[in-house]
Ligand binder design. Structure first.
Ligand SMILES: [Zn+2]
Length: 80
């Protein structure tokens, strides 16, 4: 998926929204024809709603996970 700017004057694809679309979300192939068109307000709302579903892992947890996997590798392969 990728998000590109739309220079066309399409209406936003969200039902009930009459704004002009400025962004296209597509699978990268022929985005103008197969993409979904969103105005900035609807795109921001989608972003905020997605953030409720997908919480990024904190860098600290990721760091700890990397350290744990390194320690497991040392146990597995033996200290050098
Ligand atoms: Zn909209």
């Amino acid at each position: 998926m990728k998000i590109t700017h739309s220079f066309l004057k399409n209406k936003c694809d969200i039902g009930g929204c009459a704004n002009t679309a400025e962004y296209i979300i597509s699978n990268g192939e022929d985005s103008k024809r197969h993409g979904l068109y969103f105005c900035p307000e609807c795109l921001k709302t989608i972003y905020l709603e997605l953030a409720k579903l997908y919480t990024p892992k904190s860098p600290k947890n990721k760091l700890n996970k990397n350290i744990k996997s390194e320690i497991l590798e040392i146990f597995k392969n033996g200290a050098k």
